[in-house]
Design a protein around this ligand. Structure first.
Ligand SMILES: Cc1cc2nc3c(=O)[nH]c(=O)nc-3n(C[C@H](O)[C@H](O)[C@H](O)COP(=O)(O)OP(=O)(O)OC[C@H]3O[C@@H](n4cnc5c(N)ncnc54)[C@H](O)[C@@H]3O)c2cc1C
Length: 431
């Protein structure tokens, strides 16, 4: 979870709802490039030293990182001060000017260039370790590639550790229990397992038809991924978002995950619990070439019993690779990629999975089943200049008493973006 610190986006959310920050560990992690390891320190000074030592310290490198620092400082602050894109009203414009600061407005030009454009500006596009390192962080945070990711989004994504990266006790389930308990105490209601089948407008109200009954509401904030809603929303809403669905169709992507429950001895020989591995510079990213390892903390018994740890390996993949396969082919393919991910992770933990008590593999088919997203796509859309920021899907699409939120809307994927889009939608509803 990103920016879950005092005065951060996550910190502000918890302040607003009157709850302390969840318990968890703030993480630093190791990036394993084919020929070197880089520690992504949370401490800014340590990180500045590490990147020059491991990724080059020429004047070009220094100038590149200076720009990255400038842009990320300005835009992390803007995010924390309620920047909202795309700009739809004078109020949005005022907030943008105020949160970015008049003196920093010249940086807005970087909204229209890619990370590759910036590397070229500093004559660093052929620097394999630097480009490889940035590429893997870009894929992980904005689900995109170095030649397509908008520079500012990519810069924010690649600097998330400085913004307080946390793994909650008990993982995301622990986080969910923590937040939902508070919501119940505030008088909130959660209906689990109620699949929304249709949303209809009835005079003053919205009618929500679900698999377990119908509900009426004056206002709706929909957090359903927009590409899973064409059969749910009425024509009035579909007409407004069809152009976005069409534009983003090619920008969907998938993920493969391996969940392990293992004896602690299999991971006890490393200082860090989180790692990101790039296997080869030359090969396309995904399917293990750029893989994240996340291991529960030693004392986190909500994640695994004493003496054991829970492990998640995750990597990106293309959705088409999982379409039109028979059940038999699917099971073989799934087992093969699961074993491959464990093999790659053994670069860090040579004994990983030898005596696993839990070994589950998730594919786009799994995501399709559990999140209902088309083809099992995950993580919002792959961010490009054409679909992000001024071209992103806004929370307000011009339908009375109806707003969108979630990772298919601005600013995009991930927990921090989810909080920002949720805040914007709820402010509209409140207003
Ligand atoms: C492997 C992987 C690792 C990730 N790691 C990180 C990370 O470390 N940090 C981070 O910040 N982000 C991470 N992300 C991204 C993050 O998980 C997503 O961006 C985030 O979950 C998006 O939240 P959301 O609420 O928009 O959508 P979702 O989490 O998809 O929630 C939408 C919900 O709507 C439900 N739904 C769908 N259709 C219906 C219907 N008809 N009726 C009722 N309910 C419905 C779904 O079941 C789902 O629960 C990761 C993603 C993946 C796939």
């Amino acid at each position: 979870m990103v920016d879950f610190v005092k005065n951060g986006v996550g910190g502000n959310f918890f302040k607003d709802i009157g709850l302390e920050l969840p318990k968890g560990e703030y993480i630093e992690y190791v990036a394993w490039l084919p020929d070197r390891q880089i520690i992504l320190y949370r401490d800014v000074e340590k990180w500045k030293k590490e990147r020059l030592e491991k990724l080059g310290s020429t004047n070009k490198h220094k100038a590149f990182w200076n720009l990255m620092d400038k842009v990320t400082n300005v835009f992390w602050n803007a995010s924390r001060n309620n920047l909202k894109l795309p700009i739809q009203s004078p109020r949005d414009l005022y907030t943008a000017l105020k949160s970015i600061g008049i003196q920093n407005l010249y940086l807005i030009k970087y909204l229209n260039v890619t990370m590759l454009d910036v590397l070229k500006k500093f004559d660093l596009e052929h620097d394999k370790p630097l480009a490889g390192f940035i590429s893997m962080l870009i894929e992980d945070t904005v689900h995109s590639t170095i030649d397509k990711a908008p520079f500012i989004n990519a810069a924010l994504g690649t600097t998330i550790r400085g913004a307080g990266l946390m793994r909650a006790e008990g993982g995301m389930k622990g986080f969910w229990t923590f937040v939902s308990s508070h919501y119940f105490e505030m008088g909130g209601t959660i209906k689990k397992g109620h699949k929304v089948l249709a949303l209809k407008q009835e005079k003053e109200n919205w009618l929500v038809e679900t698999s377990k009954g119908n509900f009426k509401s004056k206002k709706i904030i929909s957090s359903l991924p927009i590409d899973a809603t064409d059969n749910i929303f009425p024509t009035s809403i579909n007409t407004k978002i069809e152009k976005y669905r069409i534009k983003n169709e090619k920008d969907r992507g998938g993920a493969i995950v391996v969940f392990l429950g293992i004896p602690e001895s299999e991971v006890s020989d490393q200082l860090y619990c989180h790692h990101q591995i790039l296997k080869e510079y030359e090969k396309k990213l995904g399917n293990g070439n750029n893989m994240f390892i996340s291991i529960s903390a030693k004392d986190d018994i909500a994640s695994a019993p004493i003496g054991f740890r829970s492990v998640m390996l995750s990597t990106h993949c293309e959705l088409y690779e999982w379409q039109n396969v028979t059940e038999e082919e699917y099971q073989i393919k799934k087992k093969k990629i699961g074993d491959e991910l464990i093999k790659i992770a053994r670069r860090v933990y040579p004994k990983l999975g030898e005596n696993a008590v839990v070994y589950e593999i998730g594919t786009p088919m799994t995501y399709k089943k559990f999140t209902n997203r088309n083809y099992g796509s995950v993580g919002g859309f792959k961010q490009t200049l054409e679909n992000s920021n001024f071209n992103a899907i806004p929370q307000n699409i011009g339908i009375e008493n109806f707003w969108l939120t979630g990772d298919t809307t601005w600013p995009g994927l991930g927990t921090v973006a989810g909080l920002i889009s949720g805040r914007i939608a709820s402010e509209y509803a409140e207003r």
